[in-house]
Ligand binder design. Structure first.
Ligand SMILES: [Zn+2]
Length: 165
């Protein structure tokens, strides 16, 4: 069964939950239903896909770890120089390490072996290899997860509730 996106009272994404839990929150009056699927749970109750809490929940910021896997996922397993998509990807330092480039979200991108070798010890400008998109830190683990669902073609209605998708 598909997941339900829970929004805070402020409309910011809060977490993902099961439809069971979402329905309980709605029936208890703790949340309102914003989006629902075509499927009906009961005759009078469509299956929720996005709900919004009627009260505000304070959440501590959770940092998303900078890992090879997370960078490849952020870049959709696509070379950020030539758009090759596949498993055989490396991580490229946009500003090369030898020139002070750091291991950060905005300096690491997915690159195929060929592009990584071609670019060598140069910046994208010097190599005349423009980046397809500007690398940056994902907003949160939840945004990351929402993006994964949306990219896979599921839950398109979540898109308007997440920043930067
Ligand atoms: Zn490439």
């Amino acid at each position: 069964m598909s997941k339900v996106l829970v929004l805070n009272a402020s409309y910011e994404p809060l977490n993902l939950t099961s439809w069971r839990r979402a329905v309980i929150l709605i029936l208890k009056g703790k949340a309102e239903q914003l989006e629902y699927s075509e499927k009906l749970l009961y005759t009078e109750l469509p299956l929720p896909t996005v709900i919004r809490l009627r009260y505000y929940v304070r959440v501590p910021y959770k940092e998303i770890p900078l890992t090879r896997r997370n960078i490849l996922e952020r870049d959709d397993h696509t070379c950020q120089y030539c758009a090759y998509r596949g498993d055989n990807l490396t991580l490229d330092h946009v500003v090369p390490r030898s020139r002070g480039g750091r291991e950060t979200w905005d300096n690491l991108v997915a690159a195929c072996v060929r592009c990584n070798v071609n670019k060598g010890n140069r910046t994208p400008e010097e190599a005349k290899m423009p980046l397809r998109s500007l690398p940056r830190r994902p907003y949160s683990s939840l945004h990351f997860e929402i993006a994964r669902y949306v990219k896979s073609g599921r839950n398109q209605e979540w898109k308007k509730y997440a920043i930067g998708l």
